[in-house]
Structures are given as structure tokens and as C-alpha cells.
Design a protein around this ligand. Structure first.
Ligand code: GP9
Ligand code: MN
Length: 664
């Protein structure tokens, strides 16, 4: 080869072809040596990515979409690029720790997902031994095959030890490492940042401020990004901006409850123990306004079955929702724990592992089988974590339902199917407490099978309001079916049935809408009506005593009322009151507004009491704001106490639940 080349020597830029070939070989060799010097970086990064992929595959998340692929690859590159700041052998140690942490995160998520169907988060980890049933069965959730998640890390450690023992010293000049690091970090960061930025441009930042589901965040940020996001949020909320509380404040809040317990007259009030020993079915209807009840459109009742039920039940015509940003989850919190939602975010996401005096836990202790039904993703609003902590033994969610008709915007089993399955399953397990978070009448109120479109919705045809009427009319039909099913299953005679709405629909309701439904259309009535949801309690045997209660009450009063009916005589850290005593309660709304009797106080956006507006909603007049100030202040005090209880997990302290100890 060499000899031939000498004879046919040509000159290019002063270099002979022989010299050029020599250079090419040299360059190739250098590239080869360069690649070898850094070979563990692509290999180990790829292995971490593969683990992320395995996780997604097992839990049923499609990882190979453009967005998810880019952010996950990008974050792995960023993580490993820091290794380039270390010299040859020591960086293996960095990769060992990074690989270990990465594998641990992915594997902890996997084990947690196998049980709870969700990603693990810092609040959950910080209560690691308080995960209810999982701690007993954690080994059952692990398999020998899972060792594949740690295989490479062990090899890295072994290689590192060998190199150290052999005292192999192989330096890579910083001139080589630094540019490589800069390139890797820029490429990795762009792969993460660009897709996230374009997602935010299209969808807004609300998901990150008011997080409603861990998996939704994961889908946008990638696996490692999710943990970075949620850890920094946790540190920010709980360490950097940690809420403060003094011992005096704790004593003050505790004495509020001690006085409440001491002056509790529930036992002497009507219907105490009227439902003792009965099963309980509690149905939370989605976006269900009270204005639908007993209203007609073009001569046809919107909720004929609920109206019939009211004829033999207790019905509360001044019952208000009190939810904030946590929407459905706030409604659940209010009714299950009788605490108020936080001003931002959802308690379900922010403090899912707190100790609560929650209805399912209380009833479980009294021997009830406890279950909850919701036909959507179990992870939504962090329910799969919160429900076991509340004391629900069974969570029937999306994927757990039989072959029932699909209805509603989530394209999942309609309320009718949910009610059927819940009644059938619970009839075999009495006494039971079964809670349903119904879903079909959720915004934008689509996908109701056309056979249920029975109303003439003129002049609103085609509008979202018309869809809302059809959807709620379907839900009413489903309630009719539920009552029939309860009778058929033999539980109608021994089950308390509570039905209420979780919050408003978010739809505009003007004079035009009011007129069409035969309701007063003045601004004060409309304002007062917007936060009203229905509340119906059917107690077997009390049909003759059916009554419409007009006292002002709200979601926070649900648990105390149910416990009153069941003849409970224990004290719980609940803010609400028994609604059946007929007294007007101070219904506190999250942002400082309140309702009490005929008075409705609308807090001002600037937070000053004086700038709020005081109304008498019966007389349809504005009152001097001074008449509302005392209760406005009381409202703030109550909300502040509730916030402190939640943010400092005070019930755990009062109930002496050891930190990091088994909840049940
Ligand atoms: C989904 C559902 C959402 O699980 O609860 O309801 P929302 O909070 O949007 O009213
Ligand atoms: Mn809702």
C-alpha cells in the first residue's frame, strides 16, 4: 500500500496523499480514543432512560411521543453532563450516585404506582411509614426481576473500586471536558425547556400553580423533571416559606374546639340517632346548581326524580358550596373532613398525608365497610393517595367498572353505571359507607347519549347552557335508576342517602336564564343563587317528616349532620354543625365572603373588610357594610384556624399520632 502510494504521489495543499491518509488514521484514532474516554456517559444515560421507559411501559404511559421523549432524554443528558466536571475515575463515583438516585426514584415510583396508581411525592415520602396498607405489603409489590433497575449501578461501583485499587490515574484535560460539558448542558437543557415552553404557551401555567394531578405534570416535565418540580415546590412551601405558628396560636385553636365540644347540644337536637346502624350512601354530583331543583324549562321539569325524592326527604334550600381552587377535591375535603380548603392549590395535593377526622375513617372504626367510586383516573386530584389516608378501604376508579353505558365529557362510565355497580357491590357488605364522586355533568357537558336529550331547551339550543340542562337531566335520570336499584337490592329501607352538588357550573346565569327557568332574575338573587347547590337527605322511616330546611348551611356541615343522624357521641375536629337543628350557620367562603341567614357578605378583592358589600338577600337590598363586619371577621378567623390545622397537621398532634407513624 505504502509502495504504490509513493509512485502515485500527488500534492494537495502541500500534503502528500500518504501524509493525508496518515492524518485521517490519526484523526480516526483520536476520535476513537475520545469516544472511549467518555464511553460510559452515553451508556449510563441510555440505561437511565431505559428505566424511565420501563416504568412508563409498566404503568401504561405512552412515553414515545415527541414531547415526552425530548424532555426525558434532555433531563437525563443534563443530569449526566455534570460528570464531565470530574476527572476520569472520580466521575465514576458521580455516575454511581446519580445512577443510584435516578434508579431509586424510578423504582420507588414504580412500587408506589403498583399500589396507588400514582407517582410518589415528597409529602408522601416524609410520611413514609404512614402509607396505610402499603407498608405491610411492600415486599409483595417488589419482584426479583426488578433488580434490572439496579444492575448497571452495581457494575459502575465495581469498576470504580477496581480502578481505585489498581490506582489507575487517567486524567482528561479540562480543555476537553469543559467544552463537552457546555455542549451537553446546552443541548440537554434545550431538549427540556423548548417543549415545556411551547406547552405552557399553548396551555398556560395553571397546572404548575394549582396542580391537580401528578401524572399531568409528569406528562409535561418528564419523569425526573416532575420530581425536581414537586421537590422544589415542597421545599418552597414547607421550608423556605414555611408557615409559622406559635404555641399560643395552637392553644387558641385547640380551645376553640374544646369549647365547641363542651357546648355541643347535638344529642338534644331533633333526629339524633334517627339513622343509627343504617348504611350510608353519599353522592356528590358534579357542577350541580340548586336552581335546577323544582325548575322547569318549556314546561318540563329538569330534575323530576330529585324533586320526587325531596318529597320524602330532608331538603336544604340554602345550602352552599365553599370550594376554592381545588374544586371537586375541595368539595370532598369539606364534606369528608369538615375542614376548609386552602386559599391556593388543593389540600389533596399539598397535604395529602395529614391526619384528618375523615368520615370514612370514623365509620370504618364503627364497623362500616368503606368504599369510594369515581369513574376517572385514580390519580386525578391525588385521590389514590388521599383516599386510603381518609380511611377508604376500596377505591373503585377508571378501569374497575363493568360494562356500563359511557356518558359525559370524560368518555367514561356514566353516573348511572357507577350508581349501579356501587349499589350492587355494597349490598353484599353491610353496614357500608359508600361515597361517589359523580362525574357526568362536568363541564363542557358533552357526550350525553342523545336518547337522554328530552328537554326543549329553547331559546338556548346549541349553547353550553343547553348542554348543561341535558347533562343534569341525565344525572337526574341516573338518580331515579339508583333509587330503583337500591330498592331492588333491598338496601333502600336501611340506607341513608345523601345527595349534594360539589360546586357551581362556571356558566353565566343571567336574567334571561332565570326567566326561562321561572326564577327571579334580579342581580342580588342571581348573586345569592350562584353558590347554592342542592342537599337532600333521605332517611328510611322518616318519609312522613319530609321537610325543606331554609337555614343557611354548607358543605362543611355535612359530616357533623351525618354523624348526628347516626347517633355519634364522640368529638371530632370538625368546623361544621348539625344542619338538622334548623339554625342558620355562618357559611364561610374561602375568600372571606360569607352567608348567614338572610345576610350575604361579598368580600372585596383587596381584602379590606370595609370595601366588601353587605346584602340582605331576602329583602333584595344592600346594607351598610358595618352590619356585616363582625361575622366577616369571624369568617376570616375560622378560615385562618382551618389553614393552620392543615398546614401544621395539628390534628395529628392533638390525636398524638406519632410523626412518621402508622396511621391505622
Ligand atoms: C376529575 C374531576 C374533576 O376527577 O373530579 O372535577 P373538577 O375538579 O374539574 O370539578
Ligand atoms: Mn367538580
Amino acid at each position: 500500500m505504502k509502495a504504490i502510494d509513493i509512485h502515485h504521489e500527488k500534492k494537495y495543499n502541500g500534503l502528500s496523499s500518504f501524509q493525508m491518509e496518515g492524518n485521517a488514521v490519526h484523526i480516526l484514532k483520536s476520535i476513537g480514543a475520545f469516544v472511549l474516554r467518555h464511553i460510559e456517559i452515553p451508556i449510563l444515560s441510555a440505561l437511565l432512560f431505559i428505566k424511565i421507559f420501563w416504568f412508563a411501559q409498566e404503568v401504561g404511559i405512552h412515553l414515545l411521543t415527541e414531547h415526552r421523549l425530548l424532555v426525558n432524554v434532555g433531563s437525563v443528558i443534563v443530569l449526566f453532563s455534570f460528570g464531565l466536571l470530574f476527572k476520569r475515575v472520580n466521575r465514576l463515583l458521580y455516575f454511581f450516585f446519580v445512577g443510584l438516585i435516578g434508579a431509586f426514584i424510578v423504582y420507588a415510583d414504580l412500587v408506589y404506582f403498583r399500589y396507588f396508581g400514582d407517582l410518589i411525592t415528597t409529602p408522601v415520602l416524609s410520611h413514609s411509614t404512614q402509607m396505610g396498607d402499603i407498608s405491610g405489603s411492600i415486599t409483595e409489590l417488589m419482584a426479583w426481576a426488578d433488580l434490572k433497575y439496579f444492575f448497571d449501578i452495581i457494575i459502575v461501583l465495581v469498576v470504580f473500586i477496581i480502578l481505585k485499587i489498581k490506582k489507575v490515574k487517567q486524567y482528561i484535560m479540562w480543555k476537553e471536558r469543559l467544552p463537552l460539558f457546555v455542549i451537553a448542558i446546552i443541548v440537554g437543557s434545550l431538549l427540556v425547556a423548548v417543549p415545556i415552553k411551547s406547552w405552557i404557551d399553548a396551555n398556560g401555567k395553571n397546572l404548575f400553580i394549582n396542580t391537580w394531578s401528578n401524572v399531568s405534570i409528569y406528562n409535561v416535565t418528564g419523569h425526573l423533571g416532575f420530581h425536581v418540580f414537586e421537590t422544589q415546590k415542597y421545599i418552597n412551601n414547607n421550608i423556605i416559606n414555611a408557615p409559622e405558628i406559635t404555641e399560643e396560636e395552637k392553644v387558641e385553636i385547640k380551645s376553640y374546639f374544646e369549647e365547641k365540644f363542651a357546648t355541643n347540644t347535638s344529642k338534644e337536637e331533633p333526629f339524633f340517632g334517627a339513622g343509627e346502624g343504617y348504611n350510608v350512601m353519599m353522592i356528590q354530583l358534579e357542577s350541580f346548581h340548586n336552581y335546577l331543583i323544582n325548575s322547569s324549562i318549556n314546561g318540563k321539569e329538569i330534575t323530576p326524580h330529585l324533586n320526587d325524592l325531596i318529597g320524602e326527604s330532608f331538603y336544604f334550600s340554602n345550602f352552599y358550596h365553599q370550594v376554592a381552587q381545588g374544586r371537586t377535591s375541595d368539595a370532598e375535603l369539606l364534606t369528608q373532613t369538615s375542614l376548609y380548603p386552602l386559599p391556593t392549590g388543593s389540600v389533596y395535593v399539598r397535604e395529602p398525608m395529614n391526619t384528618f377526622d375523615a368520615l370514612p375513617g370514623i365509620l370504618k372504626e364503627k364497623g362500616y365497610a368503606t368504599s369510594v367510586y369515581h369513574a376517572y383516573e385514580k390519580t386525578f386530584w391525588n385521590r389514590s393517595t388521599v383516599y386510603p389516608n381518609y380511611g377508604f378501604e376500596r377505591f373503585v376508579g377508571k378501569g374497575d367498572f363493568g360494562d356500563y353505558e359511557t356518558a359525559g365529557p370524560f368518555k367514561t362510565v356514566g353516573d348511572e353505571g357507577v350508581f349501579m355497580q356501587m349499589t350492587e357491590e355494597n349490598a353484599d357488605d353491610q353496614p357500608f359507607y359508600a361515597f361517589t364522586v359523580a362525574l357526568t355533568s362536568h363541564h363542557p357537558f358533552y357526550n350525553i347519549p342523545s336518547k337522554y336529550y328530552e328537554l326543549n331547551t329553547k331559546p338556548f339550543d346549541g349553547t353550553t347552557f343547553a348542554h348543561y340542562l341535558h347533562a343534569t337531566h341525565y344525572v337526574d335520570y341516573a338518580i331515579g335508576q339508583l333509587v330503583e336499584k337500591m330498592k331492588a337490592e333491598g338496601v333502600w329501607e336501611n340506607t341513608i342517602l345523601m345527595i349534594y352538588g360539589d360546586h357551581d357550573s362556571g356558566l353565566e346565569f343571567t336574567e334571561k336564564h332565570a326567566k326561562a327557568l321561572g326564577l327571579p332574575g334580579d342581580p342580588i338573587s342571581i348573586l345569592n343563587r350562584n353558590d347554592k347547590v342542592p342537599m337532600i337527605i333521605h332517611v328510611p322511616g322518616l318519609e312522613e317528616k319530609a321537610k325543606t330546611f331554609e337555614n343557611s348551611v354548607g358543605l362543611s356541615d355535612v359530616a357533623p349532620t351525618l354523624l348526628h343522624l347516626l347517633g355519634n357521641d364522640s368529638d371530632y375536629y370538625h368546623f361544621g354543625e348539625n344542619m338538622l337543628n334548623g339554625e342558620d350557620q355562618l357559611v364561610a367562603f374561602r375568600y372571606g365572603s360569607y352567608k348567614k341567614g338572610d345576610i350575604y357578605y361579598e368580600a372585596s378583592l383587596d381584602g379590606s373588610y370595609e370595601n366588601g358589600t353587605c346584602y340582605n338577600v331576602e329583602k333584595l337590598e344592600k346594607l351598610p357594610v358595618g352590619q356585616c363586619l363582625e361575622d366577616a371577621q369571624r369568617t376570616r378567623e375560622i378560615l385562618n384556624m382551618s389553614d393552620k390545622i392543615i398546614l401544621h397537621d395539628l390534628i395529628a398532634e392533638w390525636r398524638k399520632v406519632p410523626k412518621n407513624a402508622q396511621a391505622d
